[in-house]
Design a protein around this ligand. Structure first.
Ligand code: ZN
Length: 417
């Protein structure tokens, strides 16, 4: 039905689904209408004739486009790869799992940040935000993460401030003990430099932490109870190296005390940082991670993490209710990175939407400790909408049936870049 000026009331209508929008406490049968790249209406029923195009989401959930706040999306050319964390291309790996916003977790330091911004942040279809690594080279030359002389908190904070439209925090990571790093190893050098940069630019720190209990050492308890500030994020919470639960499966008091202080816990699954032996026991004792994320890079795409929906599927099968799984992949990550306008279907918000369904069957899930879990559910992405445009549609829900399609080749409604 056209408006008085001949245009339709909505550009796109996704109807007949179940709308879950945790930011607004919505969980109802309904539809989402989009106009001009923004969410225009969420209602139980909107007539299809009011929209230019309609997608039947029968049997599926209509949710905000997902956020994955720990990824590595600054792919380098193969000849640059020695000593670099091999990253992935955001658009080819994320749109297919409903992710419309990702946060690159410190792949670049200040030296490479502008190249990253020009080549990825400014060109990708996925909204790419960044944590800047507090070392000069970040993970482009990972050895710098071992060497305190290459920690540059002041310059890092300055670059973060300059580009605060796309920078949402600071990253410190991969600070080990052991040869050949013994000579320069100062226990808290990496955490302290990250905290200093975060303090200077007024943003949160996300830290990948390696505890060391030998004196002079650094303990996980001290990190989350004394070092991190309210709003800072410990990623990889269910990795093997952290004391999370005791022998009886009870969550240790320092976890709840740190949460009480306002410290956040992110999954950051990756190829080496998620163990059912920690995660399942923590969940069973009522300790949920604040956010679900992949730590996507080449190794985690090939093994265990796979993608955001796979990580979410694990938590669904571990017993986390679907609404919580969605919340911890939409409104909660948006809150942690202080972008509450993301991860929601509020009217006026950018129209980033995912249509997902729960497949039932016999599925296996693998963790980073070479253990598996069986489950009966798997999340599957049907359609991804970014800024009001369909950017992924594996089952052709936005297309006419072939019997109804015109004989000539016609203009694709969307074209993957
Ligand atoms: Zn990472």
């Amino acid at each position: 039905m056209a408006m008085a000026d001949g245009t339709m009331r909505f550009d796109l209508l996704i109807y007949n689904g179940r709308v879950i929008d945790p930011a607004n406490n919505i969980n109802m049968k309904g539809c989402v209408a989009i106009k001009g790249g923004a969410i225009a209406a969420v209602a139980e029923d909107i007539p299809r004739r009011e929209a230019e195009k309609a997608i039947d989401a029968g049997g599926s959930y209509i949710v905000p486009g997902l956020l994955d706040i720990h990824s590595h999306v600054y792919p380098l050319l193969p000849h640059d790869h020695a000593g670099a964390l091999p990253s992935i291309d955001a658009d080819t790996t994320m749109l297919r799992s409903g992710v419309t916003t990702t946060v690159d977790a410190g792949t670049t330091g200040w030296r490479d940040f502008l190249a990253f911004k020009e080549n990825v942040i400014d060109t990708a279809t996925v909204r790419v935000l960044a944590l800047i690594n507090m070392t000069v080279t970040g993970m482009v030359e990972m050895e710098a993460e071992q060497d305190p002389s290459q920690f540059h908190p002041e310059i890092t904070a300055e670059v973060a401030r300059q580009y605060r439209d796309v920078v949402v925090g600071i990253k410190a990571a991969h600070y080990w003990v052991g040869k050949p790093f013994d000579a320069v190893h100062v226990p808290w050098a990496s955490a302290d430099a990250g905290l200093r940069a975060a303090e200077l630019c007024g943003m949160p720190l996300m830290i990948d932490f390696q505890p060391n209990y030998e004196p002079p050492g650094r303990t996980y308890e001290d990190l989350i109870l004394k070092k991190l500030r309210p709003g800072d994020i410990h990623t990889h919470v269910f990795a093997k190296q952290f004391p999370i639960v005791d022998g009886a499966g009870k969550v240790l008091p320092h976890m709840r005390a740190a949460r009480e202080r306002g410290v956040y816990f992110d999954v950051g699954h990756g190829a080496g940082s998620f163990w059912f032996r920690n995660g399942q026991r923590a969940l069973d004792d009522g300790f949920y991670p604040d956010t679900l994320s992949t730590d996507m890079h080449v190794a985690s795409v090939k093994f265990a993490a796979l993608d955001q929906l796979q990580v979410m599927s694990k938590f669904l099968n571990m017993g986390m209710p679907l609404e919580e799984v969605i919340m911890r992949s939409t409104s909660e990550p948006a809150k942690l990175i202080r972008r509450p306008e993301l991860g929601t279907l509020s009217v006026g918000a950018c129209a980033d939407v995912a249509v997902i369904r729960v497949l039932k069957g016999d599925f296996g899930y693998v963790d980073c400790g070479y253990a598996m879990m069986r489950g009966d559910s798997r999340l599957d992405c049907q359609v991804t909408v970014r800024g009001g445009k369909v950017v992924y549609d594996a089952n052709g829900l936005s297309l006419p049936r072939w019997q109804d399609a015109p004989p000539e080749y016609w203009k694709m409604p969307f074209l993957p870049k």
